[in-house]
Ligand binder design. Structure first.
Ligand code: COA
Length: 339
């Protein structure tokens, strides 16, 4: 994208308290304010601190751009840069960034940093055009105040940040007579074993399928520990593709032979509600029984889809035991992001 020539010269100046409404408006319109931030408080804090500042960019029509600059004592940062959507592509974003960089240079900083969401591709491209490169770091974050989570239902944590869960263990001691399962009519589905899946692909499946049900155990594993499980030849990961797109997965665990455990099974959220769950479960059971095990086991917890338990029972599983546990809410421990 090549910027058009600016239609008008942008006048850039330090913001004052009178600009706060306009600044908050720009941030909200650009949708860059995470739900846990309070933009008005942020703007006031940035203006009040000697470690930060806000610049606004003005045309005759009023304020159309904002950027903040600040230092954390050691590093200089550019933050919350927004150009009003009607005025993008004219070089104003670049001018705002350079003004903030100058503020940092004048304070002796030799490097400017920006924190961007990696899925904000436009802003990433903009930064690259300005000479910024990705500096790989992981951001570790922890809630100091509790984020808004459900206050009723199975996934509502108690005051200690714990969840009460009930796990039902089920088993099937003979092959059920449901016959070979077929994908729902009109859906082109294929189930393929992922031989030695990469940890990243496996994490994609597990995290995407499991997030609504707070699957957290595998998220807690280091890559090496996870690889040891999923690369074990007695563990088989099957991926369900619909029109070539991963739509779900299941995992059969033969490490406890002669018992086969259906360790995990679920659909990517966009593929729920089309009859694919029943197909996937039926197909996995077919595979599990092909090795003539003594029995097939599965467990489901009260955080899982409420229809998981009845589906297992319909396909021939019988509950054999139940366990109650209190677990740390994985959203509060940071394992599952609250976005
Ligand atoms: C990112 C943003 C500030 C860019 O402002 P802008 O005024 O459109 O950018 P400019 O016109 O100054 O462009 C400067 C350079 O970036 C490039 N650029 C800007 N947007 C781009 C995009 N979407 N894709 C590729 N390049 C882009 C321009 O081509 C130009 O490069 P060049 O000089 O090599 O030709 C603006 O898109 C915005 O406000 N986005 C929403 C808010 C946001 O996401 N902010 C970042 C979080 S801090």
């Amino acid at each position: 994208m090549t910027p058009n020539k600016p239609e008008m010269a942008l006048s850039i100046r330090p913001a004052t308290a009178d600009d706060i409404d306009a600044i908050v408006g720009l941030w909200e319109l650009a949708d860059i304010v995470a739900w846990w931030r309070t933009p008005r408080d942020d703007a006031e804090r940035l203006l009040a601190s000697e470690h930060s500042t806000l610049f606004v960019g003005e045309l005759d029509s009023g304020v159309i751009a904002v950027v903040s600059a600040g230092d954390d004592g050691r590093r200089g940062w550019l933050m919350d840069l927004v150009v009003h959507a009607n005025h993008r592509g004219r070089g104003y974003g670049l001018q705002m960034a350079r003004a903030a960089e100058l503020w940092l240079t004048e304070r002796g900083f030799r490097r400017a940093q920006m924190l961007l969401r990696t899925d904000n591709r436009e802003a990433m491209a903009f930064c690259r055009a300005l000479g910024y490169g990705v500096s790989p770091r992981g951001i570790m974050a922890r809630w100091l105040h509790r984020p808004p989570l459900p206050d009723s239902g199975p996934d509502a944590p108690d005051d200690d940040g714990k969840l009460d869960v009930a796990i039902t263990y089920l088993e099937q001691t003979e092959r059920s007579g449901h016959g070979t399962p077929h994908p729902p009519a009109g859906i082109r589905a294929a189930l393929m074993r992922a031989e030695q899946p990469t940890v990243s692909f496996y994490r994609y499946l597990y995290n995407t399928v499991g997030a609504p049900w707070l699957w957290w155990e595998r998220r807690a594993l280091e890559d090496s520990a996870l690889a040891r499980i999923i690369h074990d030849e007695r563990v088989a990961v099957y991926v369900l593709y619909v029109d070539g797109v991963p739509a779900g997965f299941g995992e059969l665990d033969w490490r406890t032979t002669p018992v086969v455990d259906l360790a995990l099974m679920g659909l990517v959220p966009e593929f729920r509600g089309r009859g694919l769950g029943r197909y996937l479960l039926g197909a996995l059971l077919d595979i599990a029984w092909s090795d003539a095990p003594e029995k097939v086991t599965v467990n489901t917890c009260s955080l899982d889809h409420p229809r998981a338990l009845p589906l297992y029972q319909r396909l021939g599983f019988t509950p054999v035991s139940r366990e109650e546990k209190r677990i740390d809410d994985p959203r509060l421990t940071g394992l599952i992001p609250v976005v």
